[in-house]
Write a protein that binds this ligand. Sequence first.
Ligand SMILES: [Zn+2]
Length: 135
Amino acid sequence: MAKWTGKSKARKNNVLEFGKEMVRRSKSTCELCGESGRSLSVYEVGKTEEEADIERCIHLCNDCKNTIKKLNKASENDLRFLNHAIWSEVNTVKATAIHIISEIEEKNRYSWIDDLMDMVYMDNELEQICERMKH
Ligand SMILES: [Zn+2]
C-alpha cells in the first residue's frame, strides 16, 4: 500500500479518496473489533502529522476509539477487540494491536494479552509500521 503523500493544502480534498480506500479495506467494519453496522471513523495511530500516513490509519468504531484514548482505564472486556485485531490480514491493523498492547501499563496487562504477543509473528514490514507508530 502506497504512502499517501498529499500536502496539507490538498489534505482536505484527499480525505474523501482516503476514506473510500479505508471503506474498501475494512469492508465497512470496525477493523479492531470486527463489528459491522457501526459508525466508523479514520484514526491515525501514533502522532498526527501534516501528511497523513495511510499505513498508520485504521477504520474504527466509537467504542474502540474511546477505549484506545483512555487505554489505562479500559476494562478487561473493553480490550477483547485485541483478540480480533491481532489476527488481521492487514498489517496496519495488526501493528495497531501490537502498539496498543505496548501502551498498556504492565499492571493492566492480562495474561491473555501477553499470550497474544507471544503468538504474533513479526516480519520486517510489520516491525517497520510499529516503529512508525511510536511517538
Ligand atoms: Zn470497534
